[in-house]
Design a protein around this ligand. Structure first.
Ligand SMILES: Nc1ncnc2c1ncn2[C@@H]1O[C@H](COP(=O)(O)OP(=O)(O)OP(=O)(O)O)[C@@H](O)[C@H]1O
Length: 689
């Protein structure tokens, strides 16, 4: 057996043990779930002990990680004091609670990413274990001490990772996170963290791993969709969509900017000059006026009042509402009063008010042009929701389902049990009735305790009670368990208050591109949130993009920032990066690239279509030419990457918009290996410098 084979066999033994242990935990989880059911039916409740909680939590993540082709164990650290441990996508302990694998996000795993020969942090050897599922197929060692270390095999895990076969989705980098990236991932959650860096420096990867890290460090706070990641387009969110599930986390909301207004999914952008108008802060004024305007099809007279009188009435109503801080949708009572005064005290018929002062949705005020909202409309719709205020609520009907205990009489404090396994558990309390989920159509992740806790609170609130505490069975990780709560009756009015979703951390990718109106929309979503802002000023293409980071922070209504810069590129080979840097604004430092190899070819041709037909790879063309060449429009490639890029007619890309040179820079930095430039017109002057 060669040295490498011997070392692989050693690691395989450990990996086998980990998978064996996971099987045991899986079986225990199933048992616990069944036991949980019988505990709830036979009451009184006893809390799940910590061990059970650990098993249940691991089982929930395991089902996500089962699909992970690269396996659960990926690293090993040997320390100078003789200590050794393995690092994985999930923490696993043996039957005696001794760690078999440490979760990559645990503080103990940080040296795996931070140790360097200059600063080894007590690490003698860092080993990357390459697995295909449960099978160890390779090892890469890096020795960080001066000592002789036995059985050192392989080298260059990062290089191996960079040159492996890629597919159309981004894959996580959990085995090869670099030191400066790790520092950004593990930066404190509070306040605003700004992560800057050129193209391909791993900003998006860092943002996603940071989301997973935040969930690990404070699951109680951040789980149940309390972390929002915002990307520039749906193509982009689709491209990065598998990274978090691959890390065992599916509890993060991932949205394109065109999806931030509930109920609308916009994918197309407006032309630059339209986007400039829609992105301008002056739109707030325009939208406010629209919101107070007479709705189309409103009646134009009421008894003795003619159109002119009604117009005057509207101005008066707006004045009184604004003075009282009332929004248009809350103004019906004031409207009725003003009209009645103008009619010498006569009452205004409901039918008239319904048509003349109806509750409005943002979509009523800003209907889609040509049947489609654009990405640039989305912040306007969101702004309108704020301006209009909530429509007056229809009278709440008594839900057809009832908690049996709740309807059994008034008490000061009472214990309820809400089952997470939804239908099953629900039937214990409301036999024969549909679950609240079935009734309300809300989506609740049945794997998540925190969802259940809030769900329980919402149900109990709707029943006119307030949760005052989580009872003796409190179990911080009780997936699929039961949620016993203490609750007391509430005054009825409070019970009507809706329970709102609030984000507690918002991660913004490609943040350099946000217009002032987009910033206002995000600021509303992030009103209670700490933030991670990720971007590159060199890639700013929006006509109203910021010139500096402090300007963006100010637009977002935040102040204190910690800034981390990622200096090394991992996507673009140096020859391509050097060429792309010619399109970069002179005040911005070009990125050093770590990636080896790469080719660059520039060809002037007579017939673009014929030249493209001879090419392979991703063809990227100016937007107006994209359809005719069956190419990807250049406005869609932000954040993406391809092995071989065929870039068509750079001069047209530059000429198409005010920040066309930045757009070209984005396009030039998408290639992982080969860049071919085809042009009929002269190249932009910068490129021929
Ligand atoms: N530590 C790493 N190990 C392996 N691959 C890495 C590492 N860091 C980044 N990469 C790879 O480099 C490429 C670029 O990463 P990413 O898209 O996160 O960069 P970015 O800074 O967001 O780029 P852009 O600004 O162009 O959108 C990806 O293929 C990513 O997987």
């Amino acid at each position: 057996m060669s040295d490498a084979e011997h070392q692989i066999a050693i690691e395989q033994q450990v990996v086998d043990k980990v998978y064996g242990r996971l099987e045991v935990m899986r079986a225990q989880a199933t048992e616990l779930k069944e036991e949980g059911h019988s505990r709830a039916t036979s009451g009184p409740l006893t809390g799940l002990v910590e061990r059970d909680a650990m098993v249940l939590r691991a089982a929930a993540r395991m089902s996500d990680l089962d699909r992970q082709e690269e396996g659960i164990v990926f690293g090993r650290l040997d320390f100078d004091d003789g200590d050794t441990y393995r690092i994985g996508r999930l923490g696993v302990r043996d039957e005696d609670r001794q760690p078999l694998v440490v979760d990559w996000r645990a503080p103990g795993a940080a040296p795996f990413y931070r140790a360097t020969p200059g600063e080894p942090l007590g690490v003698d050897r860092r080993r990357v274990i390459v697995c295909e599922g449960p099978k160890v197929v390779g090892l890469d060692d890096e020795v960080l001490s001066e000592k002789d270390i036995d059985g050192v095999v392989g080298e260059g895990a990062l290089l191996r990772s960079l040159t492996r076969k890629r597919d159309e989705h981004m894959r996580d980098i959990v085995t090869t996170i670099q030191r400066e990236q790790d520092e950004a991932i593990r930066a404190p959650a509070h306040g605003v963290t700004l992560i800057t860096g050129g193209p391909g420096t791993g900003k998006t990867q860092v943002a996603l791993h940071r989301a997973a890290y935040l969930l690990y460090t404070d699951r109680g706070k951040f789980s149940d969709g309390r972390v929002l990641v915002v990307g520039p387009s749906t193509v982009f969110t689709e491209y990065i969509g598998r990274v978090l599930p691959g890390l065992g986390e599916d509890n993060v909301h991932l949205r394109a900017i065109g999806e931030l207004f509930e109920g609308v999914t916009a994918t197309r952008r407006d032309p630059a000059h339209v986007a400039r108008t829609k992105g301008d802060l002056r739109m707030v004024r325009v939208l406010t006026d629209l919101a107070w305007d007479t709705p189309p099809n409103a009646p134009d007279h009421l008894r003795t009042l003619k159109a002119d009188d009604l117009a005057k009435a509207r101005l008066e109503i707006r004045k009184r509402c604004e003075a009282a801080g009332v929004k248009p949708n809350g103004g019906r009572t004031i409207a009725a009063k003003v009209l009645s005064e103008m009619l010498d005290g006569r009452e205004v018929p409901d039918a008239f008010l319904n048509a003349w002062w109806p509750p409005l949705t943002p979509q009523d005020v800003l209907p889609a042009q040509n049947g489609e909202w654009t990405v640039d409309d989305v912040p306007l719709l969101d702004e309108l929701a704020e301006i209009l205020g909530k429509p007056e609520k229809p009278k709440t009907t008594v839900p057809e389902w009832k908690l049996r205990e709740l309807s059994s009489g008034a008490r000061l404090a009472e214990t309820f049990v809400v089952s997470l396994s939804l239908n099953d558990g629900w039937q214990l309390f409301a036999p024969g009735l549909a679950t609240p989920i079935a009734v309300s159509g809300q989506f609740i992740d049945s794997n998540d305790y925190w969802a259940a806790q809030r769900w329980a609170a919402a149900i109990i609130l709707r029943e006119g009670h307030k949760v005052t505490g989580w009872n003796d069975g409190f179990d911080p990780y009780g997936e699929e368990g039961y949620v016993p709560v203490l609750a007391e009756p509430l005054p009825v009015a409070e019970a009507d208050e809706p329970v709102e979703d609030v984000y507690l951390h918002v991660i913004l990718d490609e943040a350099q591109d946000l217009s002032p109106m987009e910033c206002r929309m995000i600021a509303r979503h992030a009103a209670h949130a700490s933030m991670t802002i990720v971007g590159d000023l060199g890639q700013a293409t929006h006509a109203l993009a910021v010139e500096s980071w402090p300007e963006l922070i100010q637009r977002l209504g935040k102040r204190e920032v910690r800034t981390l810069d990622l200096p090394t590129g991992y996507r673009v080979p140096q020859v391509i990066a050097d060429f792309a840097a010619r399109a970069l604004a002179p005040e911005i430092e070009p990125t050093r690239s770590f990636r080896p190899g790469g080719t660059l070819e520039i060809r002037q041709v007579d017939d673009l279509a014929a030249a493209i037909a001879q090419e392979s790879g991703a063809v990227v063309a100016p937007d107006h030419l994209a359809a005719s060449f069956n190419a990807i429009p250049v406005s869609q490639v932000k954040g993406l990457e391809y092995d071989r890029v065929v870039l068509v007619e750079p001069a047209d890309i530059v000429a198409a918009e005010p920040r066309g040179m930045n757009r070209l820079y984005v396009a030039l930095t998408r290639a992982v290996a080969e860049l071919v430039i085809l042009h009929t017109k002269p190249l932009p002057a910068n490129l021929t410098r």
